[in-house]
Design a protein around this ligand. Structure first.
Ligand code: PLP
Length: 402
């Protein structure tokens, strides 16, 4: 008998399980709409051309080595990351009230963010997460001993935002709760608040003394415009909130496996910022010691070189416009087929994902009969669609909703 005989078996991760089933399916027209990774029109992973260029520069650098990075990561990468999300002329940066730490991508930033708050903010308030949210948020929060509470977000009747429910949930939560907000391209719904709705959200968060916790996994990837996708975060900073923001370079640089991200904490003054950074460094030291260097060096090069930066912006537009084009084509085809229901949400939603409104039973038919793989909440990764499979997909959807 093992000491762990009574350890309960954990179920597989839904999304990665779906990918494994897809991989073992031999049907030629199979489609994977599960995983949130960009694919080109041939269904292939896309190494951004600007990333290839940066890699060439790095590999040919005679001073290249594999030394440890500092505990909080590559200093120039951290500074550039804060500038990218907060804006080059952010008052918070000018006033030195920003603390940054390079993290194990967006997941690590979320983890380090809640870990820090659980130790140095408070641990007697819930973390408010949207219903639904990214599949990993709940576990990340629970892992550091904090509780989650869901706030209303998605309205299945309109396939859009339930703003009244959202504001009410924020109001009903204990004062000083941690409000986990998706900065842009909400995962899994693709539904974002408008700027006017963000203003109302900020009003309630201020009135209740909640702590805004932004998760930004899609800056530039969502709209193709880095500033537009950072609007909500910058607006909250402008309003004078203390807050934190998690950045991921998985999607916008295609650096998924390189685990490249950053945690940025904005506080009231430079004194607090120094203290915060020192404690975050201590937490990081005990967990990862030093973050991985390769992805951070690539991002660092691109963010500091005007030519590469411009090329990166082009690459971002290539990805975001292909996705928007797929939204448009899917919408047009469903309308053309006279598919029952309204489909405007497909073009109104933004980012990698669309919440189709398909029911679990319909999803099962898509999987079993059509070999089209998606999660049972009806979420599809738009990046899994291409001009080559979109007809097949639209016809399948048209069939299952009838
Ligand atoms: N946060 C959200 C909302 C996401 O959708 C993702 C990725 O899917 C992440 C964070 C983190 O991803 P990563 O750890 O690969 O940066």
């Amino acid at each position: 008998e093992s000491l762990f005989q009574n350890t309960p078996l954990a179920g597989p991760d839904k999304i990665f399980h779906l990918t494994a089933v897809y991989a073992s399916d031999e049907f030629p027209q199979k489609i994977n709409l599960g995983v949130g990774a960009y694919r080109d029109n041939d269904g292939k992973p896309w190494v951004l051309p600007v990333v290839k260029k940066a890699e060439d520069i790095l590999i040919n650098d005679p001073n290249r080595n594999h030394e440890y990075l500092p505990i909080t990561g590559l200093p120039t990468f951290r500074a550039a990351s804060a500038k990218l999300i907060l804006g080059a002329d952010s008052p918070a940066i000018k006033e030195n009230r920003v603390s940054t730490c390079q993290t194990i991508s967006g997941t690590g930033a979320n983890h380090l963010g809640v870990l820090f708050l659980s130790r140095f903010y408070r641990n007697d308030v819930p973390v408010l997460i949207s219903k639904p949210t990214w599949i990993n948020h709940r576990d990340i929060v629970n892992n550091v001993g904090l509780e989650v509470r869901e706030y209303a977000y998605y309205d299945p009747k309109t396939n859009g935002l339930d703003i009244d429910g959202f504001l009410k949930s924020l109001n009903d939560a204990p004062n000083g709760s941690i409000a986990l907000l998706h900065a842009c391209a909400h995962n899994p719904t693709g539904v974002d608040p408008s700027q006017e709705q963000w203003r109302k959200i900020a009003d309630v968060i201020a009135a209740k003394g909640h702590y805004p916790f932004f998760d930004c996994a899609y800056q530039g990837f969502a709209s193709g415009d880095l500033d537009r996708d950072a609007w909500a975060v910058r607006y909250f900073v402008e309003r004078g909130f203390e807050l934190l923001v998690c950045q991921s370079y998985s999607k916008n640089f295609g650096l998924y496996g390189q685990r490249t991200g950053c945690l940025t904490v904005v506080s009231k003054n430079a004194d607090a910022a120094v203290k915060i950074e020192s404690q975050i460094a201590k937490l990081q030291r005990a967990e990862v010691s030093n973050p991985p260097a390769y992805g951070a060096r690539i991002v660092n090069l691109v963010l500091h070189d005007p030519k590469l930066y411009a090329e990166w912006n082009d690459n971002l537009r290539t990805m975001s416009s292909r996705i928007m084009d797929m939204r448009k084509q899917l919408y047009d085809k469903l309308i053309e087929l006279g598919t029952p229901g309204t489909w405007n949400h497909i073009i109104d939603q933004i980012g990698m994902f669309s919440f189709t409104g398909l029911k679990p039973s319909q999803v099962q038919v898509l999987i079993q009969k059509y070999h089209i793989y998606l999660t049972d909440n009806g979420r599809i990764s738009m990046a899994g669609l291409s001009t080559k499979n979109i007809d097949y997909f639209a016809k399948a959807v048209n069939d299952v909703v009838r």
